[in-house]
Write a protein that binds this ligand. Structure first.
Ligand code: FAD
Ligand code: NAI
Length: 467
């Protein structure tokens, strides 16, 4: 890390999340003099501190607990007296997060990125303030991320009524939990607490869970999670949450009309999406406009309406995912260095880390239908995959959508073991404009879960062997 006495930079990045810190490092690698300003006291942003990483730690730990209690016996492994030590589980999560945040500080030092601790306020198109210190920059990148969207009239106290941040740090396992929103956070954190013993009810406004995902994936996922004990109230809106002495009462009402109802719960998790965060940033002083929802509009190079100011990650909207923010960070750094920075927003994988995992890339069937694109479907169930059968994880399938005329892969939708890893193969194939036959004719190791991807690709031409 360079010392904090410099005030004139080629690039100042505001926000040290996956968009911002990656952008800062790449720009420094390309020879720019770079500072990154972060106000939360730790690098890594939402993702590392209160998002991707702590949630995945708890998903893994709660999965181990659940497996030891419910699944080991089927493998002939007898365990008795399985007990939860929640404090150790939470402590491990905090340790992993701490190690990673320190790791980014090390990377800043290694790449000579100046880490400025504090809240940045833009004072012009090439200047900003952090406390009393003033900085100038040839370019500024806004990477200030997002925060949980509030539900009007519902106060989040992070104890009884929690956002994802509170749900990652509960001090004891609640007896019951209502999750508002059957999106990614609702299903991941709902799964964590359900596995640890909480009775979880998920209330969703729409008539399907995971709304942007392929309909078939949403329906199957709901069935699987219901078997795991999660209850769903779809097509219902929450009209109020009243904190009581012992928890909260959630008022719900069918969206299409009908009788209102009340659900009592020890804890209520509000997970209805995230909104861009630009509070106190001073965008107006730099002349940067925001759209009516607060997102910062950018062109295909992530440039705002002010030529010296770029914006990346959650604050510009689109998929609110860490890897999308990172790609944009790299692309902006490379553009500023005179290279051809580019992000293919059509091929960004999405993964939901439930058990089994859900993964998706490219177009869904409903999107292709709406666009009038003719397509073929190839499908292969994990039940017929030898590796999945060997490990006893046979739920789900791989579904590949390919152009009817050219056979080019247009999308893939998976539920199944390690789906979040398997999706990378299809994403690479799509980046190279591959056909389903290209995947089908590539030799895959046996026995492997990846063979299910190969067989689904073979099934596009109805030539799968094992179904
Ligand atoms: P952020 O990570 O939000 O970082 C922005 C940073 O800017 C923050 O640290 C903030 O303190 C700082 N900042 C804001 N304003 C200022 C200012 N004025 N001055 C200085 N600093 C400022 N995505 C995935 O891809 N995979 C997952 O598994 C996943 N899991 C998630 C789980 C949860 C519970 C949540 C909430 C999110 C999850 N996400 C996941 C989404 C992911 O966290 C975000 O998409 C990602 O963090 C966005 O990166 P970013 O750099 O745009 O913003
Ligand atoms: P989300 O957008 O995924 O889901 C929100 C859900 O709440 C939607 O299904 C929506 O219809 C529903 N909803 C909205 N208002 C409602 C209301 N009043 N009553 C009932 N339901 C309502 O948002 P979520 O789950 O909060 O996550 C935010 C973002 O964080 C995600 O979109 C994703 O980008 C990111 N994330 C990514 C993860 C991953 O990649 N594995 C994990 C967790 C979060």
């Amino acid at each position: 890390m360079a010392t904090n006495t410099e005030t004139a930079f080629d690039l100042v990045v505001v926000g040290g999340g996956p968009g911002g810190y990656v952008c800062a490092i790449r720009a420094a690698q390309l020879g720019m003099k770079v500072a990154c300003v972060e106000k939360r006291g730790a690098l890594g942003g939402t993702c590392l501190n209160v998002g991707c990483i702590p949630s995945k730690v708890l998903l893994q730990s709660s999965h181990h607990f659940h497996s030891a209690k419910e699944e080991f016996a089927a493998h002939g492994v007898k365990v008795s007296g399985v007990e939860l030590d929640l404090a150790t589980m939470m402590g491990r999560k905090d340790k992993v997060v701490g190690e990673f945040t320190k790791g980014i500080e090390f990377l800043f030092k290694k790449n000579k990125v100046t880490y400025v601790k504090g809240a940045a306020t833009l004072t012009g198109p090439n200047s900003l303030k952090v406390g009393d210190a003033e900085y100038t920059a040839k370019n500024i990148v806004v990477a200030t991320g997002s925060v949980s969207a509030p539900l009007p009239g519902v106060e989040v106290d992070e104890k009884t009524v929690v956002s994802s941040t509170g749900a990652l740090a509960l001090g004891k396992v609640p007896g019951s939990m209502v999750v508002i929103g059957a999106g990614v956070i609702g299903l991941e954190l709902g799964s964590v607490w359900s596995r640890l013993g909480t009775k979880v009810t998920v209330v969703e406004f729409l008539d399907k869970i995971l709304p942007p995902f392929d309909d078939e994936v949403s329906k199957n996922t709901q069935r699987i999670l219901e078997k795991q004990g999660l209850a769903f109230k779809l097509g219902h809106k929450v009209t109020g949450v009243k904190a009581t002495k012992s928890g909260a009462t959630v008022s719900v009402e069918p969206v299409k009309g009908g009788d209102a109802a009340e659900i009592k719960a020890d804890v209520v998790l509000v997970a209805i999406g995230r909104r861009p965060y630009t509070e106190g940033l001073g965008l107006e002083a730099a002349g940067v406009v925001v759209d009516p929802k607060g997102f910062v509009p950018v062109d295909s190079h992530c440039r705002t309406n002010v030529p010296s100011v770029y914006a990346i990650g959650d604050v510009i909207g689109g998929l609110m995912l860490a890897h999308k923010a990172e790609e944009e960070g790299v692309a902006v750094a490379e553009t500023l260095a005179g290279q051809a920075g580019h992000v293919n927003h059509g091929i960004i994988p999405s993964v939901v880390y439930t058990n089994p995992e859900i993964a998706s890339v490219g177009k869904t069937e409903q999107q292709l239908k709406a666009e009038g694109v003719a397509y073929n479907v190839g499908k292969f169930p994990f039940l017929a995959n030898s590796r999945a059968k060997a490990s006893g994880e046979t739920q789900g399938f791989v579904k590949i959508l390919a152009d009817k005329r050219t056979d080019k892969v247009l999308g893939a939708h998976l539920i199944g073991p390690n789906a979040g890893e398997l999706i990378a193969e299809v994403a690479i194939a799509m980046e190279f404009g591959a056909s389903a036959e290209d995947i089908a004719r590539t030799c895959h190791a046996h026995p492997s879960l990846a063979e299910a991807v190969k067989e689904a690709a073979m099934d596009v031409a109805k030539s799968a062997i094992h179904i």
